[in-house]
Write a protein that binds this ligand. Structure first.
Ligand code: ZN
Ligand code: ZN
Length: 243
């Protein structure tokens, strides 16, 4: 432990946010209570099992345009430990929890050994600057940063591009909207492509977010990235609401 972290620990002692065991934000036992999802379903119909959560052939050929190639869901949103940890991370602003949560993502990724992760660039879903100022950090960007470090330790080397997308519209949080159609409308026009990357778009991208609701946000971002030259865009989240 570094001098700085010893001092920080004396001033602000760490406790597990679930069981209050001292010394860490999420103790080993509680971390172990977050399961890694085993089955991977098509994110559109949520009915057909596909490799790493790829969009199934039936949904791919539907009229409604799906830009996302697949969605990897690391765990279960309904798991109370995951939900509480996420809540403390996002709304009690405990940035230290990003490490444990990124570990859940890393475990899932490493379980999909045939998925060519090293070909992909990790891109966090951006927050609107106003919202980021309120929280003090972008939870998805922190997850990407920690995930890269964790994968690095396992000698899985991935690129990241944290500023590839910009959130222009401070849209209402998707979680607060019940109707799928309204959610889709709410998110359209929220993001723009960062012009600094014109002609330099990574070909394969994994969009990272904490939670997916209907997947409308991820799909909207995938649309923009594909219009700017990306060929494959997948999503990676900790859980999906109601699923
Ligand atoms: Zn605990
Ligand atoms: Zn499907």
């Amino acid at each position: 432990m570094s001098y700085k972290s010893i001092l920080l620990n004396i001033l602000f002692p760490r406790h597990c946010v679930i069981c209050e065991t001292p010394d860490s934000y999420l103790c080993k036992n509680c971390f172990g209570a977050i399961p890694i999802r085993k089955t991977n379903l098509c994110p559109v119909c949520q009915n057909i099992e596909t490799f790493a959560g790829r969009v199934c052939n039936v949904c791919e050929n539907e009229k409604r345009k799906i830009y996302l190639d697949g969605l990897i869901i690391a765990s279960y949103y309904k798991n109370p430990v995951l939900r509480e940890t996420l809540f403390r991370f996002k709304y009690n602003f405990i940035q230290g929890l990003s490490f444990s949560l990124a570990k859940v993502l890393a475990k899932k990724i490493l379980s999909l050994s045939e998925f060519p992760f090293t070909d992909f660039t990790l891109v966090p879903i951006p927050l609107h600057p106003k919202r980021q100022l309120w929280r003090g950090f972008n939870q998805a960007a922190l997850l990407v940063k920690k995930l890269q470090l964790l994968l690095d330790k396992k000698e899985v080397f991935v690129e990241t591009s944290p500023t590839l997308l910009i959130r222009e519209k401070n849209s209402k949080p998707q979680m607060k909207i019940k109707s799928t159609l309204v959610r889709e409308k709410n998110i359209v026009g929220s993001f723009i492509f960062n012009k600094a990357f014109t002609n330099n778009t990574p070909k394969k991208i994994i969009l990272v977010d904490d939670i997916a609701t209907t997947g409308a946000t991820l799909n909207e971002c995938a649309k923009i990235l594909k219009r700017h030259g990306a060929e494959k865009v997948w999503g990676l989240v900790l859980g999906r609401q109601g699923y």
